[in-house]
Ligand binder design. Sequence first.
Ligand code: AMP
Length: 119
Amino acid sequence: MCIFCKIVEGEIPANKVLENDEFLAFHDISPKAPIHVLIIPKQHIENFQSTPPEIMAKMTPFIQEVAKKLSLDKSGYRLIINNGEDGGQEVMHLHVHLLGGAKLIWPHLAPDKEAKKYV
Ligand code: AMP
């Protein structure tokens, strides 16, 4: 069982923000911003690339509710999904990072020398 499935099952503790039958939001263990929450489907889905569109459609209002609960809906926030190896995905269970609580920087995410050539 993957680590996020263990959190869903209650085998690993998590600092939960919001939950319903299908989705769970909890604070990231290693926050990259003052507020850093992960939003996951309770169902195990490996990554964004294999996610059925209905899941994302249902996840949208849940994420909006999480943002509201954290009082980020007016001030703003950033959503990130890391997909696959180049995307830096470490946990193979779909998760949306919700980051906020400060004016976030928008850094270069790769050194130019590592850029792949696309035609
Ligand atoms: P990613 O690199 O997109 O796969 O992100 C995985 C995220 O999961 C990282 O930001 C980790 O800090 C976070 N993480 C890993 N284990 C836990 C855990 N047990 N509880 C909360 N967050 C976790």
